[in-house]
Design a protein around this ligand. Sequence first.
Ligand code: XMP
Length: 321
Amino acid sequence: MEAKEITMAKLNPNKFIEEKIRELSATVGNGLAINALSGGVDSSAVTMIGHQALGDRLKTYFIENGIMREGEAKQIVGWFRKLGVKVEVVDAQDKFFRGLKGLTDPEEKREAITQAFYKEVFGPLVKKSAARFLLHGTNYTDIEETVAGVKRQHNILVQLGIDTVKVYGYKVLEPLKELRKPAVRKVAKALGLPAEIYNRPPFPGPALATRVIGEVTPDRVKTVRKATRIVEDELAGVKCFQYLAILHNDMVTGVRGGKRDFGCQIEVRCWDSEDAVTGKPTRLPYPVLERIAHRITTEVPGVVSVVYNITQKPPSTIEAI
Ligand code: XMP
C-alpha cells in the first residue's frame, strides 16, 4: 500500500497540519485547487487545511447530489460561513439519479456515484474554474478496504491505478491518507473546527445510497431520509460509533386499521467500533428501540416494519452496500 499509517500514538496534530500546509502550498503553487465538502470530519479537515494553505486559491463546493440527509447543505454551509470559509452549493441531483437509474448491484451503484461525482460534476467544475488539483479527504481505512477488495470506497481513484489527470483532467491530492478516523478527529480539533464537526458520526461519501438496498430512486431516498432523521434524533446522545437506517428492497405484510398493509421495511443499525474496521452492534435499551420502531412506522409513509441488526462486522459491514 502506497500510504504509511501515522498512528494515534505517533501523531502530533499541529506538526502534521504544518507539514500538510507546507506540502499543499508547494504542490499547488500559484495554481488553483477545488474540493468538495460534505460536512463529515474528513472533508471538513481537508477544507480547513486547504484554506489555511491556499486561501482563495481553493474553491470549496457542496455537491447537492439528492442523496444527502435532511437540511444538510444549509447546515454545513452555515457552519463553514462562521469559520470564514465560503462554500458554493452545486445542484447536481439530476446527474446522480440519472446515473443510478435501474441499478441494483451495490458495486455498480457505487461506480455510478463515482462517475457522476468525478466526471459529470467535477469535470465541468474543474474546467470552469481552471483548477488543476482536487483535494480529497481519503483516509487510511478507505484505501485499505478498497485495496483489500472489501468495498470500493467512492473516493478512491489513484490507489486503483486510475490516472486522474488522464481520465478526469486533474490531479488528486489526499492530505489525510496516512490517518485513520480517530486521528483525523484529533487533527480536526487542532484545526479549530467545532465539536459538532470533529465529533460528528461518520457518514459515507455515497451518502444515503449506501442505505438503500435495490434501486436508488428519489422516492426511496425520501423514505430512508425520513427514517434517518428519526434514528439520528433518538440516538443522538448514545455513546457509540455510528447509527443509521436502511431501506430494504423486499416488501412485507403489515396490518393497519384491521386491514392488510403491504409495505416497506426499515433496518436500524447502531455500531460500537474504534475505527470502522471491526464493529459490534450497540446494546441499545429496549425502550429506545421500541420508540424508534413506533416513530418510523407512524411518521414515515409506507413503512410497516422496523428491525434492529445484531450482526458484528465482519461478516457484516457498517453500511448496507
Ligand atoms: P463499511 O460499510 O465499509 O463502512 O463497513 C466503514 C466506514 O466507512 C464509511 N463508508 C464510507 N465512507 N466513502 C466514505 O467516505 C464510502 O464510499 C464509504 N462507504 C462506507 C461507513 O459509513 C463507515 O463509517
